[in-house]
Ligand binder design. Sequence first.
Ligand code: NBP
Length: 475
Amino acid sequence: STADIGVVGLAVMGSNLARNFARHGFTVAVYNRTHAKTTELIEAHGDEGDFVPAEELADFVASLKRPRKAMIMVQAGNATDAVIDQLAALMEPGDMIIDGGNAHFENTRRREAALREKGLHFVGTGVSGGEEGALLGPAIMPGGSEESYETLGPILEAIAAKAPDGTPCCSRLGPDGAGHFVKMVHNGIEYSDMQLIGEAYDLLRRGVGIEPADLAKTFSEWNAGELDSYLIEVTAEVLGHTDAATGKPLVDVIVDQAGQKGTGRWTVQIALDLGVPVTGIAEATFARALSSGVKQREGAVDLLTGPTEKVQFPEHFVEDVRQALYASKIVAYAQGFDQIAAASAEYDWNIDLGSCSALWRAGCIIRARFLDRITEAWRSDPDLPTLLAAPEFTRIVTDAQDAWRRVVATAALAGIPTPGFSSALAYYDGLRSRRLPAALIQGQRDFFGAHTYKRVDREGTFHTDWSGDRTEIEL
Ligand code: NBP
């Protein structure tokens, strides 16, 4: 046995990860159900490092040094379970199965518990950065036991992306499902970020009338400042691209129905269960659903009218939109971190939020300059009640709020939907309100359901006898 690590599943992600291991000097065993893919990989890239190809899974397992480390990169769901069962039957106590696919964290918890019974380590690992990341350096979010990370960690850290300060974008986030959970919220934040950028584009294009080629320049300029991020960079690239067939901006010939593979939906579903308001992610997920709701859109588009008065866009509106985007983005991240913290408490994961933000600084889709600041915020105070309470972020959102309000108000007057900007501002205003109408809701609940209420001036639980003489009863 010579291989430091093995990869099962040699579609695009698995092949690229295997090459990344090999390029970093690790001997990597490779196996794919359909052997032709293994042969193709070796023929095309076998000279990049030390590969040990196997036609049978038993040979693959036998080629791994102990404790064995087999990383699965197959389709999430049943395929992953099938491969886990086959590997587990061939492995011995102390060996590790690493799932780098996009698994639901509940599945990861179930698989980890089952393999732990057999003395095997199961390491559910989020891998972000797509095909290119897998090859050149992804952000890696492992869960699993501390013991597994002792020998696996250095190998994953070697192939991970490196943050600007040189730190690997990989650290153990917590036991069982912690890694896949953090990857899921990463994807949720990605949805939110993309929606906010989409709204900024819509306001400036449809509202102000700026052409895509000019907006490409605007986004490039933004990318040179505090909004510096991969998604803003990608936006400038897409907006600046002309369709070869029609000569039009490509963005004008793409069908405006956003797809989704499900991680945004998972994030929102679980946030509802945890009771954490991730309004940015929810609005982004629903906005994609609205865009794909062809029946409703076609049925309404000619019936529902827009504003009857012409809207005056404020002076410096482009800068207002930039500030609204930045503030809304900070809210989206604050909500995502709240969700990670809530799950960490629920499942006893003890996730370090500073480590999450630190490892998102490179390799992944939401990599952004301001993650440095977020990391500093969590490192200087891990007990912040919300990211918005970190002095620097308090200042940024406070400074942005006038612009933010102008943008949301103008968008409403112009009839341009900004669910991301609007919900982020509503969340901000909710947090800063000393009194919320929840007091009235408690009154209503007590009226029709005797759900009781608490008083601001006394301890205890109270109910008003609404159907009788309306005296208050202390319970
Ligand atoms: P796919 O998700 O397309 O899966 C194809 C691979 O699964 C092939 O190697 C295939 O083998 C294997 N496979 C299947 Br399908 N059923 C199997 C079974 N019952 N037993 C053994 N092998 C089986 O590959 P991918 O696009 O490279 O993605 C791999 C994982 O990475 C997925 O979980 C995906 O969600 C995740 N992913 C992550 C990112 C990211 O940015 N992090 C991007 C893309 C994908 P075959 O060749 O014999 O059919």
